[in-house]
Ligand binder design. Structure first.
Ligand SMILES: NC(=O)c1ccc[n+]([C@@H]2O[C@H](COP(=O)([O-])OP(=O)(O)OC[C@H]3O[C@@H](n4cnc5c(N)ncnc54)[C@H](OP(=O)(O)O)[C@@H]3O)[C@@H](O)[C@H]2O)c1
Length: 395
């Protein structure tokens, strides 16, 4: 029932081998138990130890960015380090959560920036694990709101274990009858973004003509399917023949075009002879400019993202802005973090559709932290086969 692209067929093997308790990685050796004063550095060189008595200390693999970057991360900018260790207990008296990261999410906000005033969400410095959204399991809790075993999603670090000191916006996962990885995409931040932008900004009505850019992306996939469920006519743009086929044949879009091959103005004319009521824009720039003259009177533009602009020294100009006036359009930017109150409503709507198979989701799940440099790069090069997810540990 659930659509999942597992590009690495060894993923299933990986799941089993991860829980192989005979693997040296999972053993607490007697040697360590008898030497509680061993240093963490020494522990890192071997496997797992107890330090001090009652506290398990484990090796903690991390993904770090080699140096500050001013664009999106190439695989060569990232490296895996295996020299750090972590205690599996929250330090006494600290309001924090010690979590095991199960799935990590590759998202377009995970980039460096030329602009000094942009918050450094992605990397807090060289040799520090990079940050991003993920699904994690609480191993130890110093907060009354959480207990060991709870599953949560929210911002974490790209490493095996993370001590979360800030978790006010983390969401406790209540529904586990759907794939947990969905909480990185369909049921997590990108899905919530799709819902918020489409309903709050797009204000759809049955029969509306809807255009979605980067339609095969983590957000776009859901926007298109929500629009179809509303009885709208939906067209998406994406950057490869394979994505166009999947949009039409798997995700139920009425039509789709490859913005890299077809002139955008001609494609929009062909797909929307009556014009566009709602433009859910993930890319901005030339796509936004091309769509403006095709908007119908009182159309709505949900400015969700500007993917095509983030790395440009000189942003693309918008030449068709007069359409805003002539067609009495409303264009509104939004940030999903300001709409966390809508998350329960979003789940109430989407979960039943997911369970019934009326909403599907294409994921590209890669195995292990080692796969994350290439996986993260694929978010930006458009070479992923779906929402980019890194499976770090078994559920
Ligand atoms: N407003 C909010 O609160 C909020 C929250 C989350 C995300 N966002 C934004 O929403 C947008 C979509 O997010 P997402 O997670 O679903 O990302 P996404 O669409 O999955 O992003 C990756 C895809 O973007 C496309 N792309 C890359 N460079 C491009 C370019 N120069 N022009 C056009 N397309 C390009 C590629 O697909 P192709 O093969 O089709 O080129 C790539 O596969 C992003 O701009 C993101 O920053 C906003």
């Amino acid at each position: 029932m659930y659509s999942k692209v597992i590009t690495n067929p060894r993923f299933l093997v990986f799941t089993r081998s991860y829980i192989n308790l005979t693997s040296p990685r999972n053993q607490v050796t007697n040697h360590h138990l008898h030497h509680p004063s061993r240093t963490r550095a020494a522990a890192a060189a071997t496997t797992t130890t107890m330090d001090p008595p009652g506290t398990t200390v484990v090796r903690n693999k991390q993904v770090v960015c080699k140096e500050a970057i001013s664009s999106y991360p190439r695989a060569s900018d990232l490296r895996i380090i295996d020299t750090s260790t972590t205690s599996l207990k929250v330090p006494q008296g600290q309001e924090a959560l010690l979590v095991k990261n199960l799935y990590l999410s590759g998202d377009p906000h995970m980039r460096g920036s030329k602009f000094k005033n942009r918050p450094r969400l992605f990397s807090s410095g060289p040799d520090q694990p990079i940050s991003g959204f993920g699904v994690s399991k609480v191993v130890d809790s110093g907060s009354p709101g959480f207990k060991a075993g709870d599953l949560i999603w929210g911002l974490t670090k790209w490493e095996e274990y993370t001590l979360l000191t800030s978790f006010a916006n983390h969401v406790k996962i209540q529904h586990t009858d759907v794939p947990l990885s969905y909480y990185t995409g369909l049921l997590g931040m990108p899905g919530h973004t799709a819902y918020t932008g489409f309903y709050e900004v797009g204000r759809p009505k049955k029969g509306d003509y809807v255009f979605v850019s980067s339609a095969y992306g983590a957000v776009g996939q859901l926007v298109g399917q929500l629009a179809k469920l509303m009885g709208c006519y939906v067209v998406g743009s994406a950057g490869s023949k394979e994505k166009i086929e999947l949009l039409k044949n798997k995700l139920g879009f009425d039509d789709a075009f490859n913005y890299k091959e077809e002139d955008m103005d001609a494609a929009l004319k062909r797909c929307f002879p009556e014009g566009i009521d709602i433009f859910f824009d993930n890319v901005g720039g030339k796509t936004l400019d091309a769509a403006l003259p095709h908007m119908r009177s009182h159309g709505r533009i949900a400015a969700c993202g500007m993917l095509s602009q983030y790395d440009l020294e000189q942003p693309d100009g918008i030449f068709n802005i007069t359409s805003l006036l002539l067609n009495r359009l409303q264009m509104k930017g939004f940030l999903v973090f300001e709409h966390m109150d809508l998350y329960p409503k979003f789940l109430d709507l989407v979960l039943p559709y997911v369970r019934e198979g009326k909403i599907v989701y294409m994921e590209d799940i890669k195995e292990g932290l080692e796969s994350s440099p290439a996986a993260l790069e694929s978010v930006f090069t458009g070479t992923s086969a779906g929402k980019v997810v890194i499976a770090v540990a078994p559920e």
